[in-house]
Write a protein that binds this ligand. Structure first.
Ligand code: NAD
Length: 370
């Protein structure tokens, strides 16, 4: 079931090509501020409903980051571990061609789970327009997400959250869910800043080590063996158990709905920074707020990727990208956390208020319904 409201979704498109086994969705949530911007997720479980929720997150994220983009998202149902490179390419080409009706005028794609610069190159070439997606390789004039813009932004959101909670980053302990594009870079920057990483997960499970995990060694282990769980002498846990870790900070950087309402009582974290999109519902965030656990919402913390996309879109440089990500993420996180403290409400409420005001201002239909 899709909930339509005064923002959207404006378009929900299902695409299917039995010849290459491509099935997917594109959801253009709201284009009041510009063409819908949002990544392509390739997972076996992605659903229309998930894409609808993610597209709304993008609408809010772009508005909050004050970018001339609306919100959108797309999903391809496929298990990238079960298909070969040729099959993956055929699926992306078919998906891109099917999206020509909206792309790049109403929708501009980007990488998301299991999609990177290589896939964006395939997408842009099949679409016929370089503007059809961002996160392309440097050789195509792109700024690849592989540079770690999102993780860099999540790191800065974490620094600001620690200031607000009066936690010294150098003395803090951290658990990180996911060690892909986002999780890897957050782990890198946090360990460089002196935080102790005590647990990291990927799709194979959790590597837990109270004494601290060395980032460089972990990266090598992941590269050589395919999983963080092979980190020497660490304790192994199942994926969902990352939320049971005793640490000051949890960074989410993998799946949606990681934390459910009935998990809340057992959580020991002081701060949760949502590097992934929709790692919990608004209701769960409310429960955490009541428990005095500070949650930095996804569309505040993980906007680094779309800020990078904007810099690519206007033909800017890598250096400009990192500067803008740092500036915007720190400023927005700080404003939102200060205001939520002043108004005694959860950070998401403040972030939503700011983002929605910007969209209402541009969107007459929505303004009528305030
Ligand atoms: P990715 O595909 O590069 O990495 C995903 C990681 O999650 C991998 O390490 C995978 O092994 C791990 N994983 C999968 N299932 C897991 C599970 N059940 N438990 C623990 N780990 C699991 O994806 P990514 O680009 O890092 O994206 C991660 C999240 O961040 C997604 O929610 C995505 O929407 C969000 N996000 C990404 C970007 C970006 O620029 N990449 C931007 C904004 C938001």
């Amino acid at each position: 079931m899709i909930d339509y409201d005064s923002f959207g979704p404006e378009k929900v498109i299902e695409v299917y090509n039995p010849k290459v086994g491509m099935r997917g969705f594109v959801v253009i949530d709201n284009t009041a501020l510009g063409p819908g911007k949002g990544g392509i997720r390739m997972t076996p479980s992605v659903s229309k409903e998930e894409v609808v929720r993610l597209a709304r997150t993008m609408t809010l994220k772009c508005a909050l980051a004050d970018l001339p983009f609306g919100g959108a998202k797309s999903g391809i149902i496929a298990d990238s571990n079960q298909i070969n490179e040729k099959e993956k390419k055929e699926i992306i080409v078919a998906f891109s061609k099917a999206l020509k009706i909206v792309c790049p005028n109403m929708y501009i794609a980007a990488p998301d789970m299991n999609m990177g610069e290589k896939e964006m190159e395939i997408f842009a070439k099949a679409n016929g327009s370089k503007l059809s997606c961002t996160g392309k390789p440097k050789s195509m004039g792109g700024i690849p997400h592989e540079l770690g813009s999102t993780g860099f932004g999540v790191y800065h959101a974490t620094v600001i959250a620690c200031d607000h909670k009066k936690i010294k980053l150098k003395e803090s302990t951290v658990a990180i869910e996911g060690f892909g594009n986002v999780g890897y870079f957050v782990a890198k920057y946090l360990s460089e800043a002196g935080a102790k990483i005590v647990a990291v997960s990927d799709s194979h499970g959790v590597a837990h080590m109270k004494e601290g995990i060395d980032f460089e060694t972990l990266s090598k282990v992941k590269k050589q063996t395919g999983s963080v769980v092979n980190y020497n002498k660490c304790k192994h846990l199942h994926c969902p158990d990352i939320i049971k870790i005793d640490a000051d900070i949890l960074i989410t950087a993998a799946i949606p709905d990681l934390i459910k309402a009935n998990d809340v009582d057992d959580l020991k974290f002081k701060i949760i920074v949502e590097g992934s999109n929709i790692p919990m519902s608004g209701e769960v965030e409310e429960l955490l707020h009541k428990k005095n656990i500070l949650v930095v919402p996804d569309f505040v913390a993980n906007a680094g990727g779309v800020i990078s996309s904007y810099i690519e879109y206007i033909g800017g440089t890598q250096k400009e990208m990192f500067n803008l990500v740092k500036k915007k993420i720190r400023k927005n996180t700080d404003i939102i956390l200060k205001e939520s403290k002043r108004k005694k409400c959860k950070p998401r409420d403040i972030a939503l208020e700011i983002a929605k005001k910007r969209i209402y201002k541009k969107c007459n239909i929505c303004a009528v319904q305030i």
